[in-house]
Design a protein around this ligand. Structure first.
Ligand SMILES: Nc1ncnc2c1ncn2[C@@H]1O[C@H](COP(=O)(O)OP(=O)(O)OP(=O)(O)O)[C@@H](O)[C@H]1O
Length: 270
């Protein structure tokens, strides 16, 4: 898979400050009702600027997925406010694409048909969608597999195709919940590089939930660390590493190791 033709997108602080908030979460509380009702999130506030790549780390059960689903409009919040591109969220929106840990492709459709499905359901112009799917197939290294069915792909390819399904709808915001969590370490590293390449070419706003400190540091402009349940944002760490990021020019950078050590200490994982 080629990693050439990377566009260097190096925004300075001034340019970054000029960008608007793509996601703005203010004082969100989420209470799951029932006999054992409890608060999954309390007083969560964060903002993510247009074209920023932000990862969220936190202990298991602290409410990361709940937060992502609230931003996606898939789960209602109990209190607080969520704005996406300046508009209040009150349900799923075509501006937001969500990628989950497991592929949601339909097994009886080919890769190409799965990638076109969203456009078909939304009755978007098919000629345009077909062009975008062709480009994504190439970008995601799936050329030659257009007519394969999901079961004929490896786990990594299936997850790439799932990302393609979402990107085919051209959302301005990509929410990803542990998208590479089920993959082996090598495939995961390769897909991290692919994800950065796509992000740099298309520059969507990305909010990524992950359990991997390394993945968060390698990919992100900022890493947010949540507390144990009820989840709150405890730390907001700016990752000042050069872009474009490739393993060979980042993993030997002493700052990369320092960020990992700092976040590991915060999270008490050594
Ligand atoms: N629909 C639901 N009803 C009741 N409780 C829920 C529901 N969804 C999640 N929870 C609970 O809310 C808490 C937060 O769950 P959530 O999945 O958001 O955490 P998480 O940080 O993403 O966890 P993990 O890292 O293990 O995936 C957990 O205690 C979970 O059991």
């Amino acid at each position: 898979m080629t990693t050439t033709n990377l566009k260097v997108v190096e925004d300075g602080d001034a340019q970054r400050a000029e960008r608007k908030d793509a996601i703005c979460v203010r004082n969100v509380l989420k209470r799951y009702p029932g006999k054992k009702a409890f608060n999954a999130l309390e007083d969560v506030s964060l903002s993510i600027r247009e074209r920023e790549f932000v990862s969220i780390l936190g202990p298991s059960g602290c409410g990361k997925s709940t937060l992502l689903r609230i931003v996606a409009g898939l789960v209602p919040r109990t209190e607080g406010e969520v704005l996406v591109n300046g508009k209040p969220v009150d349900g799923p929106s075509p501006e937001i694409g969500v990628v989950f840990q497991t592929s949601n492709m339909l097994p009886w459709l080919t890769v190409e048909k799965n990638m076109l499905l969203g456009a078909r359901l939304r009755k978007l112009p098919m000629q345009q969608a077909e062009g975008r799917v062709r480009e994504l197939t190439r970008m995601l290294g799936l050329s030659g597999f257009e007519h394969s069915h999901p079961h004929q792909l490896s786990g990594g390819m299936r997850q790439r195709a799932s990302i393609g399904q979402i990107l085919a709808l051209d959302p301005s915001i990509l929410l990803m919940d542990e998208p590479f969590g089920a993959l082996d370490a090598l495939t995961r590293d390769l897909l991290n590089v692919e994800l950065l390449r796509i992000w740099q070419e298309r520059m969507q706003t990305v909010m990524l939930i992950t359990h991997s400190i390394q993945e968060a540091v390698f990919l992100s402009d900022r890493v947010l660390v949540m507390s144990p349940r009820p989840g709150r944002i405890l730390h907001d760490i700016r990752i000042d590493l050069p872009r474009p990021r490739l393993p060979e020019n980042i993993k030997g950078n002493p700052r990369y190791g320092q960020y990992i050590a700092e976040i590991s200490k915060i999270m008490g994982v050594y």
